[in-house]
Design a protein around this ligand. Structure first.
Ligand SMILES: C[S@@+](CC[C@H](N)C(=O)[O-])C[C@H]1O[C@@H](n2cnc3c(N)ncnc32)[C@H](O)[C@@H]1O
Length: 419
């Protein structure tokens, strides 16, 4: 199954009967300010709109603040002050700073212990109630295998078509969370495709030390005979990856790219020139551009030249901040996720995650990894979650008594790119 993170539940909470006390909060602090180029106001409102002497001096001083990247701030133990950062570095630092970043203290990955018995559920509302209860309990952890089985089925069929029996089935998974997908994929191959299993290698690239340990533990707590010996876990960010992998391999990333930081641009309405962090009256509204996702594609092209890619994530999100492809910024307050109206919030206390524009991603992929112009390569596909599951999933065993299929219904805003 597609592991259900707090993000799904947040969506469910804002959309269904689980909705409770959801409100928008205003900026905690404006850590990054837009630079206003025209500060001379005329007329009766001038005294209210013109900047104070203090603001003018602050603006002047700001020009001399050092420009920091997320790499620079990784060694800081509290968020930087009197510094300038690109939006992508600010977001990156807010999420991933090893000392105060959101993931170093807040993140919990929800992965229920037992498989859902869809066939005995009345309808999708009962499914949402059970999901909500499980999320609140949050005690246990284990397999929710149907999604992993569908991915395994896809991998095996592509592998058999092109590489079996001469080459190994080599899988890289970026950001494996609790290790559930890895276990489910390998269990499926072991049980259903023993000859392929003999040739399978599974590598995890995981940025979080805590989660890398949990992935190892996931194996160690099984009986010796049930452990998958073909797994290697590398505790490292994909952005620090420097090993050349010449083999044909599958590269997976499920619900990882949504936290990849974006830059923010606006276009001049007359010339359509894009500007970064600069506001004048004749500019379009903000557009968030997936800079780190672009960097991931460059990493794939450089270090995994013969990869086949499978990325799955949110294609749209409710309650995002303003702007094109804008993120959702939220924090947990008394058990409820509270969405905010800006990404300029106290670093470390908020999750910031983006919808992925998969059609744009497809064009970017073709340009970076295939060197071809956009749109003319049929082997790079964008599928909805529903299309993928209908093709490779077990629809029958995930259908409720009323004939609904919650696993298709509740992932309507997920898509995947397959190459
Ligand atoms: C939301 S979880 C998703 C986990 C799992 N793939 C799933 O679908 O349930 C995101 C995972 O990606 C990892 N991650 C985030 N950024 C990463 C990066 N730059 N390199 C490697 N792993 C990363 C996180 O630590 C976490 O394990």
């Amino acid at each position: 199954m597609l592991r259900v993170t707090q993000k799904l539940l947040a969506k469910a909470q804002t959309c269904t009967h689980l909705t409770k006390h959801v409100k928008r909060v205003e900026p905690f602090s404006a850590t990054i300010r837009w630079k206003h180029t025209d500060t001379t106001y005329k007329g009766v409102f001038a005294p209210f709109l013109s900047p104070s002497q203090e603001e003018i001096e602050e603006d002047r001083a700001r020009q001399y603040y050092p420009r920091l990247t997320a790499y620079d701030t990784a060694k800081y133990t509290s968020p930087p002050k009197r510094a300038r950062m690109l939006v992508r570095d600010f977001i990156d630092d807010s999420l991933y700073n090893p000392n105060y970043g959101y993931f170093s203290k807040q993140a919990v990955i929800f992965s229920p212990e037992t498989d859902f018995d869809f066939n005995s559920m009345r309808d999708h509302l009962e499914f949402m109630n059970i999901l909500g209860q499980l999320y609140r309990d949050m005690e246990s952890e284990a397999d929710e295998p149907w999604y992993g089985y569908a991915v395994a089925k896809y991998l095996v069929s592509e592998y058999k078509l092109n590489l079996f029996p001469h080459k190994d089935l080599i899988i890289y998974e970026m950001g494996a969370g609790n290790g559930t997908l890895m276990m489910n994929i390998l269990d499926y191959i072991q049980q259903n495709e023993p000859a392929v299993y003999q040739r399978t290698q599974y590598n995890i690239i995981e940025i979080s030390g805590q989660l890398a340990e949990r992935q190892t533990l996931r194996q160690d707590t099984r009986d010796l005979k049930d452990r998958h010996k073909c797994v290697k876990i590398v505790n490292q960010s994909i952005f620090d990856w420097k090993i050349h992998v010449p083999d044909q391999c599958f590269f997976l990333g499920m619900e990882v790219i949504d936290n990849f930081a974006h830059d923010l641009i606006r276009y001049d309405l007359n010339t359509l020139t894009p500007y970064q962090a600069l506001v004048t009256p004749n500019m379009t509204s903000a557009e968030f551009i997936p800079t780190k996702l672009f960097m991931l594609l460059e990493t794939l092209k450089t270090y995994f030249p013969k990869h086949r890619l499978l990325l799955s994530d949110f294609s749209s999100l409710p309650d995002s901040v303003e702007g094109v492809d804008a993120p959702v910024v939220q924090t947990r307050y008394r058990g409820t996720m509270v969405p905010c109206s800006t990404y300029m919030v106290q670093p470390g206390w908020f999750d910031i995650f983006f919808p992925t524009n998969f059609e744009l991603l497809r064009d970017m992929y073709l340009l970076v990894c295939r060197g071809s112009s956009a749109g003319n390569d049929k082997s790079v596909k964008v599928l909805t979650h529903r299309e993928f599951c209908e093709r490779y999933g077990d629809i029958e065993s995930t259908t409720t008594k009323s004939g609904e299929n919650p696993m298709l219904m509740y992932y309507e805003n997920m898509k995947m790119i397959l190459t």
